[in-house]
Design a protein around this ligand. Structure first.
Ligand code: ASP
Ligand code: MG
Length: 478
């Protein structure tokens, strides 16, 4: 079919589990091949499952002066990727070209581990380049698997496509330049009916220094490319059937939500529902490009569509999410009433540490500010606050800075909650009936979520009670 007649342009991202081994890659390549019969497709691939974690682990060893872990890992990765390739592309020149490319990437990895070990310093820049190896090993294999199915495809390093600022470990795209690059590099391939297979997760500065978009950032890569090309849709292929009303391991009658709005999905992502990288939707929101979450292991399922509208299911509450591995920090004492800078100093301190604050609550009597950070940030946050408030503590203006690690946040999310009275009341009544004690509450003025803090041990019960209260599992949602 002529490229001009292709009905849609789709960007398809395949996550780590969807390219986890040769049979997963074959399944993913089939999905792309089928789509190309009607549509133009750009594929974006993650590293094979677990590879990025292992690379980061070995990079840390190298930073401590030990290149051995890196060397051993590269040997293992060589075996893993060669095996996958051999299973997908049994013979031919195409295969030797990919083998060469894999070996070049591994050789670069070896130099990076050795250089880092020699300097005994893991710079953010080196960490980004080491972390990128998994995607760069995977993309050529995926492209070769597509060629095997008769689909013309070209593996591409996203360093040529996604141009970012220089914030290593969490770079932001510069969309104007990115758009130009994508027009120049991807559009011609699409016109020739070829499928570009881009590495997820990575980009580069204008000067060409490799950056990454942050862990789990391949989702974001897909929406950046989708927005740059003005795609009709972005499909995130993963290992779950879509966005669920709650975590099914905790709430057995959780079900798939067919349609959800950008805001709702972003809220869920932010609150730890592991379906999307939190920045993913930013890129497509201005243009209103829909994003699908679909299961590459059961492509017959429709999945969840994330769009500007989303569609309401009943009484406004769409989904619940819970975050564990967080800690509640509280700064307070009767003396802080009327001390205007306590709030400011508290959050300048967290900002300096780049500790991500997930929820803030202050009682109107003002004698306690509490907020939540990731458990991994808790100790250093408390230490920094104790330093910041050392004087105030000794003068008893501030009488405590405490941390409670045994808590969880539960968030009730739904865009149509806005202006629907009674949702907070129903939530807290349901929790009251179950005897769940609420430690803190927050509702943003956007009214798309109500979050509350409970003891970790009460989290499951809180989820079950609210899921039931809003009829999220049954056919008749209230
Ligand atoms: N491979 C990268 C990571 O594990 C990016 C991704 O999978 O989205 O963080
Ligand atoms: Mg991943």
């Amino acid at each position: 079919m002529d490229a001009q007649m292709k009905s849609k342009l789709q960007v398809m991202k395949f996550g780590g589990t969807s390219v986890g081994d040769a049979s997963c890659i074959a399944r993913a390549a089939q999905i792309v091949a089928r789509a190309t019969r009607e549509n133009g497709v750009v594929a974006v691939v993650s590293a094979m499952t677990g590879v990025t974690n292992r690379l980061v682990g070995a990079a840390t060893h190298a930073g401590a002066g030990d290149a051995q872990a890196g060397t051993a890992l590269l040997v293992a990765l060589r075996g893993q990727h060669h095996d996958a390739l051999a299973a997908l592309v049994p013979t031919g020149d195409a295969r030797s070209a990919v083998v060469r490319r894999i070996d070049e990437t591994l050789a670069e990895g070896q130099r990076l581990f050795e250089g880092t070990a020699l300097l005994r310093e893991l710079t953010p820049r080196a960490l980004d380049t080491i972390s990128s190896l998994g995607e760069r090993l995977c993309a050529p294999i995926f492209a070769a698997a597509l060629s095997e199915l008769g689909v013309r495809s070209v593996a591409m390093e996203a360093t040529e496509l996604i141009i970012t600022d220089s914030y290593h470990g969490g770079a932001e795209p510069l969309m104007d330049v990115t758009r130009e690059r994508c027009e120049a590099r991807l559009r011609p391939l699409l016109k020739e009916n070829a499928v570009p297979v881009a590495t997820g997760f990575v980009g580069a500065t204008c000067e060409g220094t490799l950056t990454t978009l942050g862990r789990g950032g391949s989702d974001y890569s897909a929406t950046i490319l989708g927005a740059a090309l003005g795609a009709d849709e972005v499909i995130i292929w993963t290992d779950v059937d879509g966005v669920l009303t709650a975590d099914p391991r905790l709430v057995p009658d959780a079900r798939i939500i067919p349609e959800i709005s950008y805001r709702e999905a972003a809220e869920l992502a932010y609150f730890g529902a592991k379906v999307l990288h939190p920045k993913t939707l930013r890129a497509v929101m201005p243009a209103g490009i829909p994003v699908w979450i679909r299961n590459s292991f059961s492509p017959e399922q429709p999945g969840t569509m994330i769009s500007r509208q989303g569609r309401s299911i009943g009484g406004g509450v769409k989904a619940l999410t819970a975050i564990r591995d967080v800690a509640l920090i509280s700064v307070g004492g009767p003396g802080i009433v009327g001390v205007p800078d306590v709030v400011g100093r508290t959050f300048s301190t967290t900002a300096e540490l780049r500790a991500n604050v997930l929820l803030i609550s202050q009682s109107s009597s003002q004698n306690d500010i509490c907020f939540i950070v990731a458990a991994s940030d808790a100790q250093r946050t408390v230490d920094a606050l104790r330093r910041e408030f050392a004087q105030d503590l000794s003068h008893e203006v501030v009488d405590h800075i405490t941390v409670d690690p045994k808590i969880a946040i539960v968030a009730v999310v739904g865009e149509n909650m806005r202006g629907t009275p009674g949702i907070a009341g129903r939530t807290f009544n349901a929790l009251g009936r179950e005897g769940v004690n609420i430690i803190a509450i927050a509702q943003g003025s956007s009214e798309t979520n109500i979050s509350f803090v409970v003891e970790d041990g009460a989290m499951k019960q809180a989820l079950l009670a609210t899921h039931r209260e809003f009829g999220l599992g049954g056919a008749n949602s209230s």
